[in-house]
Design a protein around this ligand. Structure first.
Ligand code: ADP
Length: 462
C-alpha cells in the first residue's frame, strides 16, 4: 500500500485546486457584480434571481409596541417576541429555538405549518406576561422564511423551490403566508402576518434599525444568502417600479451564484452530484455550514483510499454528512498540543486533518468576502468605478462613504476562524485605502428580530 506521500499528494492537489489568491477573488467580485446586473435586467437573466422584496422602508428606530416573529429556515426554528419603545430602544426581547423534527422537513405543508402554529401558540402562552390567547388578537407577526420566495407584496409570496434538505412538494407555488394564516386559525390564534421576509432581509432591517449606513446583509448559517438596498430605477426588469423611498431591498438568493472563476474541486463536483439539488446552489455548496464538513470528509475519504495511515477505510467515512461543520470547527480550532479532538490516528495525520479544515474554511470565507465586495461594487461602494450598463468600469470613483454590512448566521457567528478569514479577505480585496470605510457588523438573531421590526413598520403604514 502506498503510504504517506500519496496522502500528501492528495492534499497538495486539493490545496492548489481550492486556492483563492486575491487576483482570483477580484474576478469573483466582478462576476458577482455583473450577474447582479443581469439578474436585475430580465427575469431569468442570471442564476441570481435578484428577487423583489417590496421592502422599501427599513426600520429607523421609531417603531413602537409588541411584536412576534417566527423564523423558519434551517436546522432551527425560532420564536421571538419583542417590545419596541421608539428611539432605537428594544425594551424586551425573548427568543426560543426548537429543532424542526426531521420528518417534517419532507412531510406536507399542512403538517409543517401545524407544528409551527402550535409552537407559536405555546410560546405566546408562556411569554405573553399571562396574557390570555384572545388578548393577542390582531397582534402583528413577522415571518422569516429563508427559502427562495416570489413575493407579491411585503406580506405575501409563493415558494419557488426548497433548499437545505427540505422537500415538501405540495408547498411549491403556494402562498406561504396563507398556509401559516390558515394553520394559525386552526389553532385559534388570531394574529396577522404583516411581513414575510427572508433571513437576510431581516438582518438588513435590524442593521438599519441601529445604523442608517447599513446597505447590505449577509447570512451564513446552514445555507447562505444576501440582500441589499438597490435604487428602484436600477431594477430594469420591473419598469416603473414605484416606491416611496426610491429604493427597494433586493433578495439576491446568492447561494445559487455561479462563475467559472470559482475554484471548484473534484470533491465539490461529487458533493453536488450526490446532493438533493444537483446543479443548484453552487455558491452555497462551497460556503455554507451544511456542506463544509462534508467537503472535509470527502478529502479524508479520498486519502484513506490512497493510504492506510488512517487505518482501514472506515465505513463511517462513507456516509454523507457524518462530519458536521461544528465538529470540523472543533478539530480546526483545537489548540491542545496533541489535537485531542481528532481520535485514533497518529499526530501527523491529525495535523493534516487540521490543514484540510483550514483549506476548506479559508476558501469558503474568502469566496463569501468576494461576494460581499461584489455587492459593494454593484452599488458603487467599493471605491472603484462600479458598474454601468452591465459592464465593469475601472478606475477610482470619487468620495467613499461609510458603508455597513450586517452579518448573521451560525457559521459566521460561531466559527471564529471562518469569521476572521472573511473579515481579513474583505479588507485585502478592498485595499487599505478603502477598507476602513467598510464595516461588517454582527446582528445576532437579526433575521428574526428584523422581521418583527418589519412587521411593526408595515403595520404602522397600513
Ligand atoms: P440556520 O439553520 O437557520 O441557518 P444558524 O444561522 O444558527 O441557523 O446556522 C446554523 C448552522 O451554523 C449549523 O448548521 C452549522 O452548519 C453552523 N454552525 C453553528 N455552530 C457552529 C460552530 N460552532 N462551528 C461551525 N459551524 C457552526
Amino acid at each position: 500500500r502506498r503510504r504517506w506521500w500519496g496522502v500528501v499528494r492528495v492534499f497538495d492537489e486539493f490545496e492548489e485546486a481550492a486556492s483563492t489568491p486575491v487576483g482570483r477573488l477580484r474576478q469573483v467580485v466582478d462576476a458577482m457584480a455583473v450577474e447582479m446586473h443581469a439578474g436585475l435586467a430580465s427575469e431569468g437573466g442570471s442564476k441570481l434571481k435578484m428577487l423583489l422584496t417590496f421592502v422599501d422602508n427599513l426600520p429607523d428606530g421609531s417603531e413602537n409596541g409588541i411584536y412576534y416573529a417566527l423564523h423558519v429556515g434551517g436546522t432551527n426554528f425560532r420564536l421571538l417576541r419583542i417590545q419596541l419603545g421608539g428611539q432605537r430602544a428594544i425594551l424586551e426581547y425573548d427568543v426560543e429555538r426548537e429543532l424542526i423534527p426531521q420528518h417534517l422537513m419532507t412531510s406536507t405543508s399542512e403538517e409543517l405549518f401545524d407544528f409551527i402554529a402550535l409552537s407559536l401558540k405555546e410560546f405566546v402562552e408562556r411569554k405573553g406576561n399571562n396574557l390570555q390567547i384572545p388578548q393577542v388578537r390582531g397582534t402583528n407577526l413577522g415571518l422569516t422564511f429563508s427559502f427562495p420566495v416570489k413575493q407579491m407584496s411585503v406580506s405575501s409570496g409563493t415558494l419557488i423551490k426548497w433548499t437545505k434538505g427540505f422537500a415538501i412538494e405540495d408547498m411549491i407555488g403556494k402562498d406561504i403566508v396563507e398556509c401559516l394564516q390558515r394553520a394559525l386559525s386552526r389553532r385559534g390564534l388570531d394574529m396577522t402576518v404583516t411581513a414575510l421576509v427572508n433571513d437576510s432581509v431581516g438582518t438588513l432591517a435590524l442593521g438599519h434599525f441601529y445604523d442608517k449606513d447599513t446597505v447590505a446583509a449577509v447570512v451564513i448559517g446552514t445555507g447562505t444568502n444576501a440582500c441589499y438596498l438597490e435604487r428602484a430605477d436600477a431594477v430594469i426588469k420591473c419598469q416603473g417600479l414605484l416606491t416611496t423611498s426610491g429604493g427597494m431591498v433586493i433578495n439576491m438568493e446568492w447561494g445559487n451564484f455561479w462563475s467559472s472563476h470559482l475554484p471548484r474541486t473534484s470533491y465539490d463536483i461529487d458533493l453536488d452530484a450526490e446532493s438533493q439539488n444537483p446543479n443548484d446552489q453552487g455558491f452555497e455548496k462551497m460556503i455554507s455550514g451544511m456542506y463544509l464538513g462534508d467537503i472535509v470528509r470527502r478529502v479524508i475519504l479520498r486519502m484513506s483510499l490512497e493510504s492506510d495511515v488512517f487505518g482501514p477505510v472506515s465505513s463511517k467515512l462513507l456516509a454523507r454528512f457524518v462530519l458536521s461543520t461544528p465538529s470540523m470547527a472543533a478539530m480546526h480550532e483545537d489548540y491542545s498540543p496533541n489535537l485531542s479532538e481528532i481520535h485514533d490516528v497518529p499526530l501527523k495525520v491529525r495535523k493534516l486533518v487540521v490543514k484540510i479544515c483550514d483549506v476548506v474554511t479559508r476558501r469558503a470565507a474568502r469566496l463569501a468576502a468576494a461576494g460581499i465586495v461584489g455587492i459593494l461594487k454593484k452599488i458603487g461602494r467599493d471605491g472603484t468605478g462600479g458598474i454601468t450598463s452591465g459592464r465593469i468600469k475601472s478606475g477610482k470613483s470619487g468620495k467613499m462613504r461609510r458603508t455597513v454590512v450586517a452579518m448573521d448566521g451560525g457559521l459566521y457567528m460561531s466559527y471564529t476562524m471562518f469569521r476572521e478569514y472573511l473579515n481579513e479577505a474583505v479588507a485585502e480585496i478592498l485595499g487599505e485605502e478603502i477598507a476602513p470605510y467598510v464595516i461588517l457588523k454582527v446582528m445576532e438573531d437579526g433575521s428574526g428580530i428584523g422581521a418583527a421590526m418589519l412587521a411593526a413598520s408595515n403595520s404602522a403604514q397600513s
